[in-house]
Write a protein that binds this ligand. Structure first.
Ligand code: NAD
Length: 499
């Protein structure tokens, strides 16, 4: 196993660490200390070609591997991952900064996706209709797309790759994974674990880098499908470029998730949820709650209870078991988030808790921040901040809250807090968002459903993992078959009719 203690992180191509010399590299930081812990190779056109060629070479053999053989590898991988989950959590914390318990939660959710993919023999069964016409049978077959690209963001360096890779390979595809250059080690760890589980060389390749690597995959004619997760502008670019090249693309983008609190809600439950979902992983989750919509008259009391809980949050190094919230991923991101806090204050929002005082020290720190009386025109409302900044917008009624949520261009997740089942049912019906929580602040679907937002939060028509994942990674073929018997005969120029 690779030692992640420092120096160089390189590509994993054809079942081994790439031995070439990179033209460019990037720094990988420990966000809690601000130190450079490693350098990661950045792929150029040559490395993209090498990785895709390795995946293309592995395709015929893997595609022909029996369903039992493929699922056996996934079962073995599942066992290895479960046994080494703590090690992976430590790798995630070291490069991302999230606290260890949160990283362990990420690995646990990732395991769910692996477990789902282990059911490939059941999930890949097609339909069969005997006697669709007299003596004619019709059946469907699900076949792999071929070589597929998976491009993932920094915020879930293990879980997001495992939203796609297990399903893709279960379906018989081969994969080039391009993880975030900010925390690339988790992907290498996963590739090594897959190799140990018996996955043949070339079925999963890890290619590090930035836009050059991504665009190389999008332009490569042998890449047939792309699953992307990241910010909305890049998701749109990936979707448009990939589909223009005739590829199947699913591109999941950014978010601005609203949590609506109705007057009859349990306010302690709502305040706990707002703080957990707003500041968990320092707000660097695509399902983080970034806007609390307080329906009159709950605003004053809700803000008081949220602020009171925030005062008790322990911010610190993710490796310290006492820490509840770690640093941001990079110095540049910390500055960007901080500039939003400055802008919110300048725009006249009420700064109830100011986290900017926590920015001292060499790590990329920013404390939990709360704004009240935020207006929809302010940038702290319009933009995805992706940091520990929670905004409270006050509305006079349920209808005004619903209009606010539905007018937002993002539609990833949302939650409603209420004790009124009728109101909750109305919200789940009327809200234009892909994932809805009822008294649940982060409604990430379990592995046997699919994950995806609406509007600017997802480009394409398939959501990630679960049934949609199997749909995305296969092409179906329908066979109409007749085996002539002695009764057959005669020319008929009419359009085939079922008799
Ligand atoms: P990002 O868009 O900066 O990067 C995502 C991936 O795209 C990375 O692998 C990166 O190397 C690559 N990339 C970056 N810029 C590129 C460019 N100009 N051209 C081509 N490729 C490029 O996102 P991030 O900062 O790593 O992650 C945070 C974002 O991801 C947030 O917007 C968050 O909401 C989103 N996200 C969404 C979901 C979801 O399911 N909808 C899940 C997790 C994260």
């Amino acid at each position: 196993m690779t030692e992640f203690g420092g120096r160089r992180i390189s590509h994993w191509i054809d079942g081994k660490t790439w031995a070439g010399e990179p033209e460019r590299t990037g720094e990988v930081f420990d966000p809690a200390t601000g130190e450079v812990r490693a350098h990661v190779d950045f792929a150029g056109a040559g490395e993209v070609a090498e990785a895709v060629a390795a995946a293309a070479r592995a395709l015929p053999g893997w595609r022909e591997t029996s369903l039992a053989g493929r699922s056996r590898v996934l079962f073995a991988f599942r066992e290895l991952l479960a046994a080494r989950r703590d090690e992976l959590a430590r790798i995630i914390t070291a490069e991302h900064g999230k606290v260890l318990s949160d990283a362990a939660g990420e690995v646990q959710r990732a395991l769910e996706n692996v477990e789902y993919a282990c059911g490939a023999p059941q999930l890949l069964k097609g339909g069969f209709s005997e006697n669709a016409s007299r003596g004619v049978d019709v059946y469907s077959i699900a076949q792999p797309l071929g070589v597929v690209g998976v491009i993932s963001p920094f915020n879930f360096p293990a879980m997001v790759p495992l939203w796609f890779v297990p399903n893709a390979i279960a379906c018989g595809n081969t994969v080039v994974l391009k993880p975030s250059e900010k925390d690339p080690s988790a992907s290498v760890f996963l590739a090594e674990l897959f190799a140990e589980a018996g996955l043949p060389p070339g079925v999963l390749n890890v290619l590090h880098g930035d836009k050059v690597a991504v665009d190389g995959l999008l332009e490569h004619p042998d890449v047939r499908g792309v699953s992307f997760v990241g910010s909305t502008p890049v998701a749109r670019h990936v979707y448009e470029t990939g589909t223009r090249r005739g590829k199947r693309v699913q591109a999941l983008g950014g978010a601005k998730n609203h949590m609506v609190v109705l007057p009859d809600a349990d306010l302690d439950l709502a305040a706990d949820a707002a703080v957990s979902a707003g500041f968990g992983s320092a707000g660097e989750r695509c399902m983080a709650v970034s806007v609390v919509v307080a329906v009159d008259p709950v605003g004053d009391e809700l803000v008081r209870r949220i602020a009171e809980r925030m005062g008790r949050l322990r911010v610190g190094d993710g490796r310290d078991p006492d820490s509840e919230m770690g640093p941001l991923v990079s110095a540049a991101h910390r500055e960007r988030v901080r500039s939003y806090v400055d802008a919110g204050e300048a725009a006249g929002a009420e700064l109830v808790v100011d986290g900017r005082h926590t920015t001292e020290g060499p790590g990329f720190w920013l404390g939990p921040t709360l704004f009240d009386r935020v207006e929809p025109h302010m940038t702290i409302y319009t933009d995805e901040i992706f940091g520990p900044v929670l905004s409270v917008v006050r509305t006079p009624s349920y209808d005004a809250a619903l209009d606010l949520v539905n007018a937002n261009p993002y539609g990833n997740g949302t939650a409603i807090f209420t004790t009124d089942g009728g109101a909750a049912r109305r919200y789940q019906n009327e809200v234009e968002v892909g994932m809805v929580g009822v008294n649940v602040p982060i409604p990430v679907p379990v592995g046997y459903y699919s994950f995806g937002g609406w509007k600017d939060s997802l480009f394409g028509d398939s959501h990630a993992y679960g049934p949609d994942g199997f749909h995305f990674f296969t092409r179906t073929k329908v066979v109409t078959s007749r085996w002539p018997d002695p009764s057959h005969g005669g020319v008929n120029l009419g359009f085939p009719r079922n008799t």
